[in-house]
Structures are given as C-alpha cells and as structure tokens.
Design a binder for this molecule. Structure first.
Ligand SMILES: [Zn+2]
Ligand SMILES: [Zn+2]
Length: 157
C-alpha cells in the first residue's frame, strides 16, 4: 500500500516537472507538487527527485549556482544561466560531441560526457540594467549640468 503511494507521488512529481521549462530547484518543485499533494513533505520531494535522476528519468543539473536544479529533458543539451537573477534556460545549439572524441585520443580516461554552461544576462536583467544605467547617466548629467550652471552663475555674478 505504501509502495503504491510512493509510486503515485513520484508520478505526480514527474508530471509537475514536465510542465515547466524553468529547471526548477527542489524547493520550487515542492511548491508545484504541494498544490496537488498538500501533505507531501519537502524531504519526500527531494528524495524522489534524487531517485528519478538516478534512474535517468530526469536530469539533475549541477550548475555554477549554489542550488541544484532539475530538468525533465534528459537529452544532452546546454544551458545558459543568468548571473543576475539565476534563471536557467536551454540554449539552441547542438552539443559538441566531437570534443569528447578529441579528448579520447589524448586522455586515458573513458569519456562518458561533458558539461558546458553558458553564463550571461537574461533579456529582462539586460533591460533592467540598461534602464538603471540610463537613469544613473541622466542623474549624472543633471548633476553635471547644475554644477556647470553654478559655475556660470558664480562667474557672472
Ligand atoms: Zn536575469
Ligand atoms: Zn534543460
């Protein structure tokens, strides 16, 4: 009976994860799953996410950010992370498996894969920073202008 419940929980966790492309953290998955399973604990969600990733049904992303994220897409693909807000998205570039082949000839390791993470500013943060910069520049210009005006006033007093 308990086993059935666990399977059901796991199914729902997987279903919820598949609804989003945001690569959520365990906490975020918990918030999503809680809507359907109000009594589920964060520990259960975490354990199931670990299990699902061990079974290869989902992908655990260990990116440069502190929190682990989860991806329902298990195909090898690259991600880009916003260094300002932490958002993680897929990038539309093909994976470069030829690098693995190149390394195979140069290393005694058996290469099983590679990870590549792009970092940058997401469009939202880019715009916000641009606005902020413009705001600062405007302020600066205003200050500069008023300073100049003062100088002129002093001179021609
Ligand atoms: Zn951002
Ligand atoms: Zn992804």
């Amino acid at each position: 009976m308990k086993k059935l419940r666990n399977t059901e929980q796991r199914k729902i966790i997987l279903e919820e994860l598949k609804k989003v492309n945001t690569h959520p953290t365990a906490d975020e998955v918990y918030e999503m799953v809680k809507k359907r399973l109000p009594r589920i604990s964060i520990g259960t969600v975490y354990r199931n996410l670990e299990l699902l990733s061990k079974c290869g049904l989902i992908q655990k992303l260990e990116l440069g950010c502190s929190q682990m994220r989860f991806d329902w897409n298990t195909n090898n693909h690259y991600h880009i992370r916003c260094i300002r807000c932490g958002k993680v998205e897929d990038v539309p570039v093909e994976t470069m498996s030829r690098f693995e082949k190149i390394l195979e000839g140069k290393s005694d390791y058996e290469i099983i894969g590679h990870r590549l993470e792009f970092i940058g500013l997401c469009p939202k943060c880019k715009k916000e920073l641009k606005d902020l910069k413009e705001e600062k520049q405007k302020e600066f210009r205003k200050e500069e202008c008023s300073g100049l005006q003062e100088k002129i006033n002093r001179r021609f007093r």
